[in-house]
Design a protein around this ligand. Structure first.
Ligand code: SF4
Length: 459
């Protein structure tokens, strides 16, 4: 019987790194060593050339260099493990790399950015206004019962579409990153002090950046302090490195430390989980499955995936379902959320409209077990996550959706209208009908090829 999606169980395969000229002589022992992986990260085009040698055309390198100079909000940082998942089953060519889903989001090129509207007029740094909602530096209190603790501003890998591009990573020619002001030890102390006097908060997302970049003893000490607070019932550690650098999570130091934390959590009735961030099916490899299994063995209660919908990467039903099944069947990672890419600068070519996201949610229903069917969500500025079908109104012509909420964020204690106001989210302009695109061209202040800035809101 014909079905729009054909499920086939896929065996995981670790791509052979020896196919890449720069790593022909790398031994399995070196590959498995997290220090070797970190020391051989690719940070620029020169180092990329050293990996790929003569396999790639000059045009490809020039496309990356131009992007870094004129459009990139994140600098390049790719562990070998991550690079090895690009064009995983062949010797790469420029053509194959240009078309590769992992390359599309981890190694952006200029030619893929939208030429007319690279940014939406309402795109902004810190588009979710997290810093505005810091209860203390780095601790975002947006939802009533949960907080986000940004422990550090670095990761073992940098994603081109990073929502925290304002703070995370190295500055690029376009974006001068903000810096934390407090010393790390004072910042973490302030977070714990705040939680100590906030018994209504039961859930802490321990994030960054990526917790894999915090020396293990410091991460363990912080989580131990959270575990001492009776009010904290859920702790989730955020690490894309579970996929990008699984060698870190497989190290004996981390496994032993996680076993200690999970033991304490279990005794105190706290649910300790890991949240990772995988966007393409080919990134789920045997090493990722091994690292996840090691975390389960250590006593972590669950490992969940929070991906980002990115055009050209995972925004067709087969791409998304392949990814979810690979996570679930291959690595026992729970597909949990897929977010619409946030309205950061120069992200328009990746973003979907809310209507496209609604269609995608419809298309993936019924194939996965209900408990593993991811929710597709829009992170609405000043609101938070909403399922994409929850919007209150939708102007399809101008691509403006209106959302409401049922709680106050940390900055709205005295705001009488917080729960009756509607909050906007904007679709990428190139997805709009011609009349809507014309409206934005007239009102959005854009000249073709320039980053538009608007002072108007559609009314
Ligand atoms: S791992 Fe997360 S925080 Fe780090 S660059 Fe990627 S999206 Fe940003």
């Amino acid at each position: 019987m014909y079905q729009p999606y054909e499920y086939r169980r896929q065996e995981l395969v670790e791509p052979d790194w020896h196919r890449l000229p720069g790593w022909r002589d790398v031994t399995p022992r070196e590959w498995a060593d997290p220090q070797w992986q970190r020391a051989h990260c690719v940070k620029n085009v020169r180092q990329l050339r050293a990996v790929y040698g003569d396999l790639l055309d000059e045009d490809f390198y020039a496309d990356i260099e131009r992007d870094q100079a004129e459009r990139a909000t994140m600098s390049i940082l790719l562990p070998p493990q991550m690079i090895n998942t690009m064009v995983p089953d062949a010797v790469p060519t420029s053509k194959a790399l240009w078309a590769d889903p992992v390359r599309r989001y981890m190694l952006p090129v200029y030619s893929e950015r939208d030429p007319v509207w690279p940014s939406h007029p309402y795109a902004s740094r810190d588009s979710l206004h997290e810093a505005e909602m810091w209860a203390v530096e780095g601790l975002t209190h947006r939802y009533p019962t949960k907080v986000l603790a940004e422990l550090l501003p670095t990761c073992p890998q940098y994603c081109g579409h990073c929502t925290r591009m304002d703070l995370v990573g190295n500055s690029t020619p376009l974006i001068d990153k903000h810096r934390f002001q407090l010393k790390p030890v004072d910042r973490l102390d302030a977070m714990v002090d705040y939680l100590r006097v906030s018994p209504g908060v039961r859930d802490v997302v321990v994030s960054g950046g990526d917790v894999a970049n915090l020396p293990w003893p410091r991460l363990e000490a912080f989580v131990d302090r959270l575990l001492e607070l009776d009010s904290i019932r859920d702790i989730r550690l955020a690490s894309k490195a579970l996929m990008g650098l699984p060698q870190h999570w497989l190290s004996s130091e981390v496994r032993a430390g996680m076993a200690r934390l999970a033991g304490t959590a279990r005794r105190r009735g706290v649910m300790l989980a890991i949240h990772t961030h995988v966007n393409a099916a080919q990134q789920v490899t045997p090493l990722v499955a091994e690292a996840t299994a090691a975390m389960f063995e250590a006593g972590v209660r669950d490992v969940r995936n929070q991906g980002v919908l990115l055009r050209g990467v995972n925004t067709t039903a087969p791409e998304l379902l392949d990814l979810c099944f690979r996570l679930l069947d291959g690595a026992a990672i729970m597909p949990y959320y897929f977010y619409l890419c946030d309205m950061i600068p120069n992200a328009e070519h990746w973003r979907l409209s809310v209507a496209e996201a609604q269609q995608l949610q419809h298309a993936i229903m019924g194939y996965l077990p209900g408990f593993a069917t991811p929710r597709i969500v829009c992170d609405v500025p000043y609101v938070g996550k909403r399922w994409v079908h929850q919007l209150a109104e939708y102007d399809r012509e101008r691509g403006v959706s209106y959302w409401t909420k049922n709680y106050r964020t940390g900055i709205e204690a005295g705001d009488g209208e917080a729960l009756t106001r509607s909050y906007e989210y904007y679709d990428p302009i190139y997805t709009l009908p011609a009349s809507g695109q014309e409206w934005w061209a007239e009102h959005g202040g854009a000249a073709p090829g320039e980053r538009p800035m608007a002072g108007v809101r559609p009314s």
